[in-house]
Structure formats: structure tokens, C-alpha cells
Design a protein around this ligand. Structure first.
Ligand code: ZN
Length: 332
């Protein structure tokens, strides 16, 4: 019974979102925006190379690599010109840090967004899709937002956060970087318009049936090929999810699919497996943007999760779609 209710609710929301309309990016912004896909692809590739080849495994058993990643990310945010800070905390005697870069961090901003991605990996893998892909898109988004800064609404502030720890054995404990950050924001009564979590955003598959789904979605009319990006929100975030979908629909090169789940996703636990969940739990609006992880990528948490398996073009298109979302911020 519960499952039936859930199924019909999801279907209703999916249909609503599919017909949500296509306002968004002004023509002026569309004409003036600076986005060179080839340059974005090159920079994304460089970030992936740094994280997965030069540094490699970034798990709790390789602290020197983890610290090297933190330092490298701090340096990149600084080079791009973001106000950069470290949110350092203790993990069982080892200091770790969320790396924060901010664009227009004014106190008077009326629209405050956070985009986050965890930079650690599971032990035994260099974690290219999980989650060097999310970090690479985060860094490239920082770059293109800076390049288009004159087109961003002055009321908008964007915080980009590379979270220190997300993977097991830390997952769901108080040591998760996103949990540390979301709890601090709540304690400081910070305003947040919406949080975007980038969790595995680089893998595509193009064979009929290569895409699977968590129960009960496999019984619904979702695509059988894995060439789309997923936007997953809870019910509280459904307007935010719809606004993202509206902006993304201006980029025909990246098909997007939305899903809104009730009860902060507890009925479908796979939906909670990343850094958006602590924000949901603190009452903030948040979405996860994902290639659907193990529902698509057979290399999930394996040593074969390498950058050679990733679709860099797809990742660059995601950067473009996110840029379009932030350029549309003044029309919301
Ligand atoms: Zn992950």
C-alpha cells in the first residue's frame, strides 16, 4: 500500500516537472555568456588526471594523498580567484578539511547557493567517477562562473565546497564533511536558497537496458539508456528541482530527468547516499545531481573506476547546464 502511494506520488511529481515550462535564461545572457566546451573539457581532464593519476587513492588509509588533494584544491580555488577558506576538523586524531571557495560572499545576498562534491575515494580505488568527476565539475564550474561574473545577478552568492570525507567507514557518521558543514550552517542560522550535491557525474552508457533503477522506479517509463543526468530532490526541494530542470532544458545536449522523493528519501535509501542528505536532515533545500551511480556504472567502488571510463563531453555539458541555472537566478 505504502509502495503504491509512493509510486503514484513520484509519478505525479515527475509529470508536473516534465511540464513545468521553460522560462529561465534571458536572451541577453544566452548571447553574452562565455563557454568554450573544448577548453572546459581540457580543464576537466586535467583535474581528473591530477586527482586520479598524480594523487590516486584518496581514502582514510592514504592520509598523505588526502592531504595533498586538500592542498591542491585550495590552490586551484585561489588561482581561480575565489575567496578560499578551509573548514578544518578532527577525524580520530587526523586533521581533515572541507575546502571552501566563494563567489560574491556578501552578507546582503538574497540568493545563496552551495554546490558541493566529496573529494575522498573508497579504499582500493582512485575513484574517478566516485567522486573525482564531481570535484572536476565543481572546479570547472568555479572557473566558468568567474569568467561570466559580470552576467551574474549581484544578489547571488555561490559557495563551492569540496567535502573531505563521505565514503565508508565515515559515511553517515558525524565525520562526514557535508554533515560538519550543514550542522555548522544550521547552528549559525545561515540562510541557504539551495544546495546542489555533485555525486558521480561522469559515466554514461548507450546500450538499451544498461540503465537500471531502484525499486519501484524500474516499473516506470524511465529511459533504458544511461545518457541523461539525474536531479534528485526531496518534497521540500521540489520548486528548486523544477527551477534546475527549467534551466537545464535550455541545454539540449544534456538530457535531464528529475525525481522528487517523500520523507527525505528514507523509503528509497539509495537516494540518500551522498552529501545532500545531511542538508535535507537539517531542513535545507538540496538536490543530488548524479549519473545514478551503481544503477549505471559497473565500476562503482572498484579499482576499475578510472578516468578512461568517463565521458568528458557529458561532464562539460553539465558545467554548461549549471552555468545556465546560475545565469537564470535573476529571473526567479
Ligand atoms: Zn561518492
Amino acid at each position: 500500500m505504502l509502495e503504491k502511494t509512493l509510486l503514484s506520488r513520484i509519478r505525479i511529481w515527475t509529470l508536473c516537472l516534465a511540464f513545468a515550462g521553460t522560462f529561465s535564461v534571458s536572451e541577453a545572457a544566452m548571447t553574452d555568456l562565455r563557454f568554450d566546451k573544448d577548453i572546459s573539457k581540457q580543464r576537466i581532464e586535467q583535474h581528473l588526471y591530477l586527482l586520479t593519476k598524480e594523487i590516486g587513492e584518496r581514502s582514510v588509509r592514504r592520509w598523505e594523498n588526502h592531504a595533498q588533494t586538500r592542498d591542491a584544491l585550495e590552490e586551484i580555488f585561489q588561482r581561480i580567484g575565489l575567496r578560499t577558506t578551509l573548514e578544518t576538523y578532527d577525524y580520530k586524531g587526523t586533521p581533515v578539511a572541507n575546502v571552501i571557495g566563494e563567489i560574491n560572499p556578501g552578507k546582503h545576498s538574497t540568493q545563496r547557493y552551495l554546490v558541493g562534491a566529496h573529494y575522498d575515494s573508497v579504499a582500493g580505488t582512485v575513484g574517478a567517477d566516485d567522486n573525482a568527476s564531481g570535484v572536476a565539475v565543481l572546479l570547472e564550474l568555479a572557473e566558468v562562473l568567474q569568467e561570466n561574473r559580470n552576467l551574474l545577478d549581484p544578489s547571488l552568492s555561490i559557495r563551492l565546497v569540496a567535502f573531505a570525507l563521505e565514503e565508508p567507514p565515515v559515511f553517515s557518521t558525524s565525520y562526514m564533511g557535508s554533515k560538519v558543514h550543514a550542522s555548522a550552517m544550521k547552528a549559525n542560522q545561515e540562510q541557504l536558497t539551495g544546495m546542489i550535491c555533485l555525486e558521480m557525474v561522469g559515466y554514461t552508457c548507450h546500450r538499451e537496458g544498461c540503465q537500471s533503477y531502484p525499486f519501484p522506479l524500474q516499473f516506470m517509463k524511465y529511459p533504458k539508456k544511461g545518457d541523461f543526468i539525474g536531479i534528485v530532490g526531496n518534497f521540500r526541494s521540489r520548486k528548486f528541482t523544477a527551477a534546475l530542470m527549467d534551466a537545464f532544458s535550455n541545454n539540449p545536449a544534456l538530457p535531464a530527468i528529475t525525481l522528487s522523493v517523500p520523507f527525505n528519501g528514507w523509503l528509497m535509501p539509495a537516494i540518500r547516499l551522498s552529501d545532500h542528505a545531511p542538508f535535507w536532515d537539517q531542513g535545507f533545500k538540496a538536490v543530488m545531481i548524479t549519473d545514478t551511480a551503481f544503477y549505471r556504472n559497473p565500476h562503482y567502488h572498484l579499482s576499475s573506476d578510472t578516468m578512461e571510463t568517463l565521458d568528458i563531453d557529458f561532464m562539460a555539458e553539465l558545467v554548461r547546464s549549471l552555468l545556465l541555472f546560475f545565469l537564470a537566478a535573476d529571473s526567479r
